[in-house]
Write a protein that binds this ligand. Structure first.
Ligand SMILES: NC(=O)c1ccc[n+]([C@@H]2O[C@H](COP(=O)([O-])OP(=O)(O)OC[C@H]3O[C@@H](n4cnc5c(N)ncnc54)[C@H](O)[C@@H]3O)[C@@H](O)[C@H]2O)c1
Length: 439
């Protein structure tokens, strides 16, 4: 099959490379010439484990190419995927669909023969109807079907998620489109990945429901963590105790600084907006968003409390800036709010991240970046672990303690055992666990 992928960001590039690896002929298109030029030189515009090798292999085998102009690739394509961004619209939280609609117009203008237009971007219910209307209006003669195929991959594990998905969701009632989509995903079908075919609107809503549910789980365990701190219980043990119940499941029950990233914040807001527009408000998610927002400020307060009530003039070392490990994505990372709040309270922030520093520079001003965790700790009045990169799980703690000006560690990801940290001479604070001295 011939595939045109419109938008070559975290989702478009990974999906395009994986479809090429399945044997299809794929062109990844992006409006950003710098991105496409980098890809043509063999450089990845994002950090995603395994992506560079997968792209190189498929370029070498002539199944994957890159372009800034969609005309040629779309004309030849059996399926055209829209994988452009759908950020929050300023002001009301609704998904900004302008990139999706612009892409739909551009595709319609050049498409040729029966073409399946697939929205892979996360889009509110009814967007497929609007894409169909735009294509029809632009090209009344076109032979096409609009399908919803939301993407569930996670940054940091994107390739294995795409190749071994929990499920594939295809929203269409068009028989020809179903055949094209089955052919595209055939290797996964052979691997017995569950393929769900639903109506387009059901597929669109399912993606939001999935992300919102995960945001609920995270927020729930974060609030339980707060209660654990008050009553002297251990949230990790509570999470294990409930997670072993198959009805609950153990994933997404790690207490921490609140969810962030390029999806959950905007998708929860967009779902709230859709639900309000249809007069069926989802109050659970409205509460989750409010609680998560407050949590980021509370995390800065936790650091301030660990520093004896003030950080004015103090150097705070921050380990981990990206919203989770194994990505360089800084969008809505909890580190951004925490660092801003610490700076407002008078702290001088020094930070390290294994992959995110380049992206972080665009978001964070007045932060000094260290080359490694030890330089970051040097002379600092406290060290805060914000993202649980593997590199931070195996720190030489004696060296960290010697380098720190004061042996204070605030671990917002619970990666170290409190009693061990206490023994090593740290004043150690984590999330929802006794601090060590009480054990
Ligand atoms: N990032 C994730 O982990 C993830 C996971 C699942 C779903 N999604 C969804 O997938 C969509 C894309 O997310 P992303 O993180 O890949 O975004 P991104 O910002 O990394 O990439 C979007 C790309 O689209 C390009 N673009 C915009 N308009 C274009 C046009 N008309 N023609 C060509 N290129 C165009 C942009 O230049 C950009 O490179 C969003 O709706 C998102 O919610 C993201």
């Amino acid at each position: 099959m011939h595939v045109a992928m419109i938008g070559s960001g975290y989702v478009g590039l990974v999906s395009g490379a994986c479809f090429a690896d399945f044997g299809h002929v794929v062109t990844c298109v992006d409006k950003d010439p710098a991105k496409i030029e980098a890809l043509q030189r063999g450089q990845m515009p994002i950090f995603e484990p395994g992506l560079s090798d997968l792209v190189a292999k498929n370029v070498r085998e002539r199944r994957l190419s890159f372009a800034t102009d969609l005309a040629g690739p779309v004309r030849e394509a059996d399926a055209v995927f829209i994988a452009v961004g759908t950020p929050s619209r300023r002001g009301d939280g609704h998904a900004d669909l302008s990139y999706v609609y612009k892409a739909a117009e551009e595709i319609a203008a050049v498409m040729n023969g029966f073409t399946v237009v697939v929205t892979k971007s996360t889009v509110p219910v009814g967007t497929g109807d609007e894409v169909e209307r735009i294509v029809r209006e632009t090209r009344p003669d076109a032979d096409f079907a609009v399908v919803s195929n939301p993407e569930f991959l996670r940054e940091g594990a994107a390739i294995s998620d795409f190749k071994r998905p929990d499920r594939i969701l295809i929203g269409t009632d068009d028989e020809r489109a179903k055949r094209v989509m089955s052919e595209l995903y055939r290797p996964l079908y052979l691997n017995q990945a569950p393929i769900l075919v639903t109506s387009r609107r059901t597929a669109e809503l399912t993606k939001y429901a999935a992300n919102a549910f995960l945001a609920v789980k995270i927020t729930f365990i974060n609030e339980i963590a707060d209660l654990c701190e008050e009553v002297g219980a251990n949230v990790q043990e509570v999470a294990r105790g409930i997670g072993l119940d198959n009805r609950i499941g153990s994933k997404f029950l790690h207490a921490g600084p609140g969810y962030g990233g390029s999806c959950f914040p905007k998708d929860t807001l967009a779902l709230i907006k859709t639900a309000q527009d249809y007069a069926a408000p989802i109050r659970t998610i409205e509460t989750v968003v409010a609680v998560n927002e407050e949590r980021k400020r509370a995390m800065a307060q936790k650091v301030i409390a660990a520093c004896g009530g003030s950080v004015r003039g103090k150097i705070i070392a921050v380990l981990g800036l990206t919203f989770k490990p194994n990505t360089d994505d800084m969008r809505e990372a909890p580190s951004l709010s925490i660092i801003a709040a610490l700076q407002e309270a008078g702290a001088v922030v020094r930070a390290h991240d294994p992959e995110g520093i380049e992206q972080a520079r665009a978001y964070l001003t007045d932060v000094a970046y260290a080359a490694n965790p030890y330089d970051c700790a040097d002379g600092a009045d406290a060290l805060v672990i914000v993202t649980e990169w593997d590199a931070y799980r195996a720190l030489d703690l004696d060296s960290i303690r010697e380098r720190l000006g004061a042996p204070i560690i605030v671990d917002l990801r619970n990666i170290y055992p409190p009693e061990d940290m206490q023994r090593r001479g740290f004043a150690y604070t984590s999330v929802g666990r006794p601090n060590g001295e009480s054990l």
